[in-house]
Ligand binder design. Structure first.
Ligand SMILES: [Zn+2]
Length: 85
């Protein structure tokens, strides 16, 4: 899962991921399967938030209004952006 990503066991915090050189989190929407990159530095979350705790907050814009409680699938931490969104 975290093939070329940073250490994920134990789950790093946002701060640790960024400082470790992996400021991008690749996620996939569990509903429409769209993959995208999340800039951890741009998230309005405390830097001590665990990366895994973000899953429920990263559903894509398109599915946000779908009415269900969705959680994004976390793919990996990445040193650079992979998808253009
Ligand atoms: Zn979606």
């Amino acid at each position: 899962m975290w093939s070329d990503g940073g250490p994920i066991d134990p789950s790093p915090t946002i701060d640790q991921a960024i400082n470790g050189g992996y400021p991008w989190l690749e996620v996939r929407c569990s509903r429409c399967k769209t993959a995208r990159d999340v800039d951890l530095a741009a998230l309005r979350r405390p830097p001590t938030t665990c990366v895994h705790d973000l899953a429920g907050r990263l559903v894509c814009q398109k599915c946000k209004g779908a009415g269900k409680r969705l959680a994004a699938t976390l793919l990996q931490l990445a040193p650079r952006k992979r998808h253009d969104t």
